[in-house]
Write a protein that binds this ligand. Structure first.
Ligand SMILES: [Zn+2]
Length: 155
């Protein structure tokens, strides 16, 4: 029978093959599977209090925890991974603008933050690609966006 004042009980499997009955305090979904915040009752000793019961808390995976018959786990705090995939972070994406001189010839390039007003958009470059582009002859970092501030010290 479950005592509603206490977290439900679980069976924990220890590395040496022993099994303990513990408490389940929370569940956390991770990219590797579920993890369980468990409490295992053990003894602790201090000179001031002597030997007394203490709860040792540890995260355990599904390989080390089993539910117990008759226990209800509905009230255990459960944290799932977000179901939506967030949009890619474009804060550190860069673009290359071709600078054309009189007659339409390309005379150089400007490297922009992807969101710069002067950005041609299109293919987004990562930091390494942006630095490579900035090292080419005739390339400069735009001073109207973060490109000059962020990239120039790294070249
Ligand atoms: Zn710019």
């Amino acid at each position: 029978m479950t005592d509603p004042a206490l977290p439900p009980q679980i069976r924990a499997h220890l590395p040496d093959g022993q099994e303990l009955t513990g408490r389940l305090h929370a569940r956390q979904e991770t990219i590797h599977g579920w993890m369980y915040w468990t409490g295992l009752a053990l003894w602790q000793y201090s000179e001031s209090t002597g030997v007394e019961p203490a709860e040792y808390r540890v995260w355990l995976s599904t390989d080390h925890v089993q539910p117990l018959p008759g226990q209800t786990y509905d009230s255990v705090p459960t944290h799932r991974l977000p179901q939506h995939i967030p949009a890619p972070d474009t804060r550190w994406a860069w673009t290359v603008q071709q600078i054309r001189g009189p007659g339409g010839c390309v005379t150089g390039t400007a490297i922009h933050d992807y969101d710069c007003l002067h950005s041609p958009r299109g293919e987004a470059l990562n930091l390494d690609q942006a630095l490579t582009a900035l090292r080419r002859p005739g390339a400069r970092a735009c001073k109207d966006c973060d490109a000059a501030i962020v990239l120039t010290p790294l070249v």
